[in-house]
Design a protein around this ligand. Structure first.
Ligand code: SF4
Length: 245
């Protein structure tokens, strides 16, 4: 039996991507293999002794890690019984670091809703473990100039290729330091898989919630990406505008 380290469980409005504005149940897994300079969930980067459960009634409690599949299923049950949920979003951290646990969780107690995988797209091999249980893939493309990480072009390409057949969209965090060539390479990479995939240019915000890119740079990046792709959109993280988690 696998066990998993969680960071938090909560319900909120999806703030990113194709389903922004829908109410999702977020299952945030603990631990990440990257350390992006703009990361806005630093509390999820490492495994912790417990996780936070923000219940539908507004109460919060801490639950000890690691958790078994049955324990997580029972924690999710009250959320799944509440009306208006569109999907369950498996997020992180990088959830695929715990792909074995997720495969067991989703295979044993598949939620009665679509399952979204929010991922940094760096583990195509681990994706294979969970892909049968995933309906929607939300993959980030990490650009070295603003993530501070090494380029992951090959991993991202393989990851997207494996995801074809699911509902897929791509987010590309951008800021003023982002290079034209990176946006071009990201767009070319996605178009090489399917030029109809929706790509979101997502402005990076500072910890004090100031946008880190000018409208003119955003416009330029849009134009570059649109040379290769049929559906490019600019969308900030709307949950931050709403002041919700
Ligand atoms: S991949 Fe996501 S969770 Fe991990 S460091 Fe980057 S932004 Fe943070």
């Amino acid at each position: 039996m696998e066990t998993g380290f969680l960071s938090e469980i909560f319900s909120s409005f999806q703030g990113e991507g194709l389903f922004a504005g829908r109410r999702h149940l977020f299952v945030r897994m603990a631990g990440c293999n990257l350390r992006c300079g703009y990361c806005d969930t630093p509390e999820s980067l490492v495994r912790t002794p417990d996780c936070a459960v923000h219940a539908p009634d507004g109460s919060e409690r801490r639950v000890p890690n690691p958790l078994g599949v049955a324990e997580v299923s029972s924690l999710l049950a009250p959320f799944l019984a509440s009306p208006g949920l569109h999907a369950v979003a498996i997020t992180g951290g990088e959830p695929l670091l715990q792909s074995g646990f997720l495969a067991e969780l989703l295979g044993t107690a598949r939620p009665p809703l679509p399952v979204v995988l929010e991922t940094n797209g760096s583990y195509p091999r681990k994706l294979r473990d969970v892909l049968p249980f995933i309906d929607i893939v939300s993959m980030d493309v990490k650009l070295p100039s603003n993530s501070g990480e090494a380029a992951l072009w090959q991993e991202h390409r393989e990851f997207l290729g494996l995801s074809v057949g699911k509902t897929v969209y791509v987010k590309v965090p951008v800021d003023e330091t982002t290079l034209d060539d990176e946006v071009r390479e990201a767009a070319r990479l996605v178009a090489g898989v399917d030029r109809r995939l929706t790509v979101f240019l997502q402005p990076i915000f500072s910890p004090s919630e100031e946008m880190q890119i000018s409208p003119s740079r955003l416009g330029r990046f849009y134009d570059i990406a649109a040379e290769f792709l049929a559906d490019v959109r600019v969308l900030p993280q709307t949950h931050k505008l709403l002041g919700v988690r």
